[in-house]
Design a protein around this ligand. Structure first.
Ligand code: ADE
Length: 257
């Protein structure tokens, strides 16, 4: 009963309610730890934490890896919890060769890279422009990334000490594949002019678009989508996940002001 009343108050208040999604526990744990959780629901085998982050109403959930998991979870956030916007936070592989492990991409747009026509000699994407993120949320995320106090980039990546990650506004691409091939990375770079690759963003964004919900994606790079991607991912996922979490929490601080 108390849980029901709380949900009603949350939904009835005119304050915006944010869905916060990640694919894996490591990406979501820090955000969850900072939340004041008022209610926990299990829907379609995923656990929704309902409450506030820095006093801003939010529903926080681990979607699981891949596009189907992301689409299903975003649908529940939109249709059951009636969120006004979704923030997707997590790690990604770098596609833009100017970016390094540890750097951060805030999405201006996101595209499905595996939604394509496969002929005998070519793979032709059906769409290369994708879904546009909300400009207000982009601004808040960029400011939050400037304000956030990141740990210095690990010395394995950057020899100089005290080096902070680079933050760019960029294009995210999504597919149901973990990319660990330099040849494929180059194809993705040339075809989409993308900055990073992950496995959920475009599916979440498509569901948001259908439901009239705004979104933004925050991805910190954990690998270079090349033959060493698995090893790099294992080594840097915690560092990268922490940085994207810090941005989400700082976004809420800014939204509260
Ligand atoms: N997420 C993190 N690294 C990735 C990669 N190389 N490919 C797809 N998704 C990723």
């Amino acid at each position: 009963m108390i849980a029901l009343i709380f949900t009603f108050i949350l939904l009835a208040s005119d304050q915006q309610c944010f869905g916060i999604m990640s694919a894996m526990d490591v990406e979501l744990n820090m955000i969850k730890e900072n939340m004041v959780v008022e209610q926990i629901d299990t829907v379609a085998q995923r656990i929704f934490y309902i409450g506030t982050l820095e006093e801003i109403p939010c529903v926080c959930v681990k979607a699981g890896i891949g596009k189907v998991n992301a689409a299903l979870t975003a649908s529940i956030l939109a249709m059951k919890y009636d969120v006004d916007a979704v923030i997707f936070a997590g790690v990604a592989g770098a596609i833009n060769p100017k970016l390094s492990i540890g750097d951060i991409v805030i999405s201006h747009s996101v595209v499905h890279h595996d939604y394509a026509y496969l002929g005998p000699e070519c793979l032709t994407p059906y769409d290369t422009s994708g879904f546009r993120a909300d400009s207000f949320l982009i601004g808040v995320a960029m400011q939050a990334a400037q304000d956030a106090e990141f740990d210095e980039v690990p010395q394995k990546i950057c020899k100089e000490t005290g080096h902070s990650p680079q933050v760019v506004l960029g294009k995210v691409i999504t597919g149901d594949q973990f990319i660990a091939s330099e040849e494929k990375r180059q194809w993705l770079e040339q075809t989409f002019h993308a900055d990073c690759v992950e496995m959920e963003g475009a599916a979440m964004a498509q569901v948001c678009y259908i439901n009239n919900v705004e979104f933004v994606i925050i991805r910190c790079l954990g690998d270079l989508a090349n033959e060493n991607a698995d090893v790099d991912f294992e080594e840097f996922v915690k560092y990268a996940a922490k940085n994207s979490s810090l941005i989400v929490t700082q976004m809420m601080v800014l939204l509260k002001e």
